[in-house]
Ligand binder design. Structure first.
Ligand code: SAH
Ligand code: SF4
Length: 339
């Protein structure tokens, strides 16, 4: 059986054409899934019964099951999904208010980049997610909303390295932002990457208008390679060149994420190097106080060290935000997602 959520609007359309069915039916099915939050073909009541049966014979809407569902008192909810092959991934819903619900979705089972502080990277990468599996996370999270709540933002910041799976991530984001899809504004989509220059260039070339966040974590190659082994064959200079190109082509300011690890990369000299690197660039720095991962030897920074670090950046003329911690009590905060 085909996974319905893995079909692009065009392939679904051609299935209808091949079956001598009117093309508008494809759009109708999509509206049921994305807008009216239907769970089954049975619920698509304005489709002829015969068509509903025919669809149910050829397509399954869902490929994954919910293996666990956790809820924190700040409104954050986390789903552990079990995929058709038994692999597991997590995705998170974060609420600001009714009009502003954000979802954090995964792009791979595990991650091959090996960042030494990250729970996702601990056991390497198993495989890329399909487009349908990425879309399914969004619809499963949408299901958790009450009818008055609206998905407004999506961040590809869960498990995995999205730029290592762009062929599946981009079609999923196209559905997230399509009018007949989830209708999320392209400017409210964030792709967070470890910094793969070829992928950044590809996004720049397509002038996609998504918000790009690059996980830097250190402003010199020696420290960065220690924290982000994938840096060894890349280097900060190549990442900065690609980031500059992204800004030139899209006009969108790039965010640099910096996980602050107590006693490791939070010294004043680290901040000064970051100022030197980013000075004069239209950049935003997002400081993420480390969320401890069991079994790893890294520590959360003290509040004093984070604010000292932030002050040095601000004094150096950079724009800085400290990421508000959400969902850490259910291990749904940055870097805590696992299989
Ligand atoms: N692979 C992509 C996206 C997923 S990780 C990337 O690295 O950007 C999303 C963000 O969470 C990254 O900035 C990552 O460095 C950060 N992160 C990973 N582990 C963390 C932890 N334990 N505490 C805080 N942030 C963490
Ligand atoms: Fe992968 Fe991102 Fe974790 Fe690094 S921080 S291991 S790139 S998920």
């Amino acid at each position: 059986m085909l996974h319905l959520l893995d079909q692009s609007a065009e392939t679904l359309q051609s299935w209808f054409t091949a079956h001598d069915l009117p093309g508008y039916r494809a759009a109708q099915v999509q509206r049921w899934l994305f807008e009216k939050r239907a769970r089954s073909f049975d619920q698509m009541t304005d489709l002829p019964l015969e068509l509903r049966n025919q669809l149910a014979e050829e397509f399954r809407i869902w490929s994954a099951g919910v293996a666990a569902h956790q809820e924190a008192d700040d409104g954050t909810e986390k789903l552990l999904l079990e995929l058709a092959d038994g692999q597991r991934i997590e995705c998170v819903l974060l609420r600001d208010d009714r009009e502003h619900c954000n979802m954090c979705i995964s792009s791979q089972v595990g991650c091959g980049m090996g960042c030494v502080f990250c729970a996702t990277g601990l056991d390497g990468v198993v495989r890329n997610l399909t487009t349908g599996e990425i879309v399914e996370q969004m619809l499963q999270l949408q299901r958790l909303l009450d009818p008055a709540e609206r998905l407004s933002h999506v961040v590809v910041m869960g498990m995995g390295e999205p730029l290592a799976n762009l062929d599946h991530v981009l079609p999923a984001l196209a559905l997230a932002t399509a009018r007949g899809g989830l209708g999320i504004s392209v400017r409210r989509v964030t792709i967070s990457t470890v910094g793969l220059p070829a992928g950044i260039r590809r996004l720049a070339e397509m002038n996609c208008q998504y918000h790009l966040a690059i996980s830097l974590h250190a402003a010199d190659d020696a420290l960065r390679t220690q924290l982000v082994p994938a840096n060894r064959n890349v280097g900060i200079a190549a990442i900065m060149a690609a980031a500059d190109e992204y800004f030139e082509k899209t006009g969108r300011r790039v965010t640099f994420e910096y996980v602050v690890l107590g006693g490791t990369n939070d010294r004043p000299a680290d901040a000064a190097r970051l100022v030197a690197l980013l000075h004069g660039r239209p950049a935003l720095v997002n400081l993420i106080p480390y969320n401890p991962v069991e079994g790893l030897p890294y520590h959360a920074p003290s509040a004093a060290s984070v604010s000292r670090f932030a002050d040095i950046l601000t004094d150096g003329g950079l724009t800085v935000a400290v990421r508000h911690r959400k969902g850490d009590r259910i291990d749904a905060a940055c870097g805590q997602l696992r299989r």
